[in-house]
Design a protein around this ligand. Sequence first.
Ligand code: HAM
Length: 419
Amino acid sequence: MKITAAKGTRDILPGEVEVWQRVEQTAHRLFSLYGVQEIRTPIFESTDLFAKSTGSDTDIVIKEMYTFPDRSNRSLTLRPEGTPGVVRAAIENSLLRRGEIDRFYYIGPMFRYERPQKGRYRQFSQIGVEVFGSSHPAIDAEVMEMANSLFTSLGIIGARLQLNSVGHPGCRPAYRQALKDALEPHRAELCSDCQRRLDVNPLRIFDCKVPGCGVIRANAPVILDYLCAECVTHFDGVKECLDTLGVSYDLNPRLVRGLDYYTRTTFEVVSDKLGAQNALCGGGRYDDLVASMGGPQTPGFGFAIGADRLVMIVAELHRHAAPADIYIVHLGAPALKEALVASRVLRELGLAVRLDPDAKEVGKQMARASAWGARYALIIGEREMEKGAYAVKNLAAGTQREVAARAWDEIRREVVNGG
Ligand code: HAM
């Protein structure tokens, strides 16, 4: 019997791996600009961790966790999300400094037993950020802007930030009651899960994916109308800071998110390039989580980006883009030696260079250049060698000009800036 990859998992093969590396490197570089440090936590944790933090009546904990006893009968779970592990590690290793803001990020696999489809896997990867130690609305805005910056540095445009506030626990009882009152007359029309949610935690009804439940909750009251004065002020502050930073957003008063720890700001970034699983990123504020897990009272704010979905968009964006910056065309043995020098120096200057030593005719080498998707050709021929010059050809524009031989910086500038 042929053994295949387990359902909901997949191999990331050469070709796609390069896009992952590019995404991860962009994240490492960008996060360092914001003073965010990498943290690596275990892939499995004690099951209690997720029940206590993600929330015992969330879909993730009830239906989606990979939980198993180890050989000593401890209950362990493959992490379904990164936030609980980071909070545990921060408490356990005393990383949270009083009066300071501590910022961490992680990149790695998560596991949820969900129905696999395009962009939804049972093993998937998240790029997450958790910032501890400030409840200032500017932190909410700064961290959301950071997610936004990652998307724009990868060339993604058109991703939309959806914003809401779910208030703090004090705002909830009145809202929960209002929601219950509004939905109780429709109890029989709700799915069996939502009937249970109505009794246990009505807010979780917003997580339900059954279309009929969506129709019923469309007219339900929204939490924004039940926020206390401080939560309103905080939310106004977040919006003002986003405006100041030039980050646009849409208000989505039904965005409560499927995890229990959120207080005040919640957000998602959605992209119309993703199909049904359109959430590229989700996050929010969690001011009570650290204390509820035995740490000092420490506010927090974070997000996680679905890296598989991000890679999907980036790969599509760059499908037709040049894998090579410059292709070196050489004619004759002395020119090949010069071409070898050129390829080494231009690579040192950060350009992706291709050279085919076996190819002899110019026509064949030009065909190879376009097969590599090169944007430029550097032509080193006998005539050029005699003149002490190279020709640089812009392959898209079809224009060509002469540059002095070994004028590396000038060649690099031409390729990087188009002149
Ligand atoms: P989440 O919304 O559950 O939040 O997941 C964040 C992102 O992970 C989603 O927007 C999506 O892009 C991706 N994702 C989730 N499930 C899958 C899946 N089955 N397949 C592929 N991608 C998936 C969290 O996990 C929170 N820990 C975020 C956070 C951090 N909140 C505060 N700090």
